[in-house]
Design a protein around this ligand. Structure first.
Ligand code: NAD
Ligand code: UDP
Length: 316
């Protein structure tokens, strides 16, 4: 049945893909975004669509709309963006969660939270299962994001316990794909853009730190599957691709795939940068029957093709 669905952060990388998939499925999408890190071009193709509506609004202020379900994605995701105004990052996470949970409570509708693998901090357990409580610095430069997301999870589960709200919490592991912001500093977009421009590939630290990269289409399928689950399925659920790579391996792969002449340039490792990250996705498999289907090799091809074409059109 067609629903009216609110996506906060709908003009961002993930929000714009979610908008596409929900529109394709016949739903109406209300995209709420303050454009802190989102981009108009991500949703330009939807602006004339009769079932898509954009509302510029900051979720740290209350919102009164009528919808059937809420995906709460509003929050800058890249370290450069979330560290630019760390107080605002905490406000977006905490006040944004309170406002969207309040809205869900009034409307009695399901609400999904885009949480993160950062709730595990620099993990001492590997791979990370949902039961792991994490190893997070509460006062470091990543804390506005990590602790903000942890507090948001707390709020989601307290609304569940106190008000019996249908909540869904997804812990997203590094996701990449077309429409990543070329300037937001995330590793996949940085390396591809550097390689395509023939600029040095900037590896922070010695490149031995690992990440596990999930292609955007797999993640969005996980979101939509979770949203359709019964009331008692709350998560938190890890969604990500367990195939783990060192940052050096990623750099080498990007250089090889782009045929670039870029050389590796080593820069200092930012503080609190997690050394290892890999999701344990056994719960997502069991509860959602979800597994990722796009491996890095294939996903990188699609992402490189996207950046090639956006860089070419920017040059004209
Ligand atoms: P993004 O920065 O592209 O998108 C976030 C969107 O939220 C942007 O459009 C931004 O303008 C908007 N926003 C920020 N603050 C807002 C506010 N106060 N009010 C309204 N809108 C606001 O990032 P993304 O990669 O699309 O991430 C989406 C969500 O998924 C975020 O909550 C992020 O923490 C989470 N997440 C993403 C990843 C990933 O790898 N992409 C990993 C873990 C978690
Ligand atoms: N990184 C890097 N070079 C870059 C950008 C990032 O070596 O140009 C590293 C970064 O230090 C981290 C990893 O790549 O170890 C992933 O960084 P990203 O910002 O994409 O995500 P997060 O650290 O939040 O997982």
């Amino acid at each position: 049945m067609a629903k009216r669905i609110l996506i906060t952060g709908g003009a961002g990388f993930l929000g714009s893909h979610l908008s596409d998939r929900l529109i394709e499925a016949g739903h109406e999408v209300l995209c709420v975004d303050n454009f802190y890190s989102g981009r108009r071009e991500n949703i330009a193709h939807l602006m004339q669509h009769p079932r898509f509506e954009l509302f510029r609004h900051d979720v740290s202020f209350p919102l009164y709309v009528e919808v059937d379900a809420i995906y709460n994605l509003a929050c800058p995701a890249s370290p450069i963006h979330y560290q630019r105004d760390p107080v605002q990052t905490t406000k977006t996470n905490v006040l944004g969660a309170i406002n969207m949970l309040g809205l869900a409570k009034r409307l009695k509708v399901p609400i999904m939270q885009a949480s993160t693998s950062e709730v595990y901090g620099d993990p001492t357990v590997h791979p990370q299962p949902e039961e792991y409580w994490g190893n997070v610095n509460p006062i470091g430069i990543r804390s506005c994001y990590d602790e903000g997301k942890r507090a948001a999870e707390t709020l989601f589960f307290d609304y569940r316990r106190q008000h019996d709200l249908p909540i869904k919490v997804v812990r997203i592991f590094n996701t990449y794909g077309p429409r990543m912001d070329p300037d937001d500093g995330r590793v996949v977009s940085n390396f591809i853009v550097q390689a395509l421009k023939g600029e040095p590939i900037t590896i922070y630290g010695d490149g031995s730190q690992t990440r596990s990269f999930c292609y955007v289409d797999d993640l969005i399928r996980g979101f939509m599957t979770l949203m359709e689950t019964p009331h008692d399925v709350t998560g938190p659920l890890n969604i990500g691709n367990p195939n783990e790579f060192t940052i050096t391996q990623l750099a080498e792969l990007v250089v090889a795939k782009t045929g670039s002449s870029s050389k590796i340039h080593y820069l200092p490792l930012p503080s609190d940068d997690p050394q290892q990250r890999q999701p344990d996705i056994s719960q997502a498999k069991a509860v959602l029957n979800w597994t990722p289907t796009v491996e890095l090799d294939e996903g990188l091809d699609a992402t490189i093709a996207y950046f090639r074409s956006t860089l070419a059109s920017a040059a004209h």
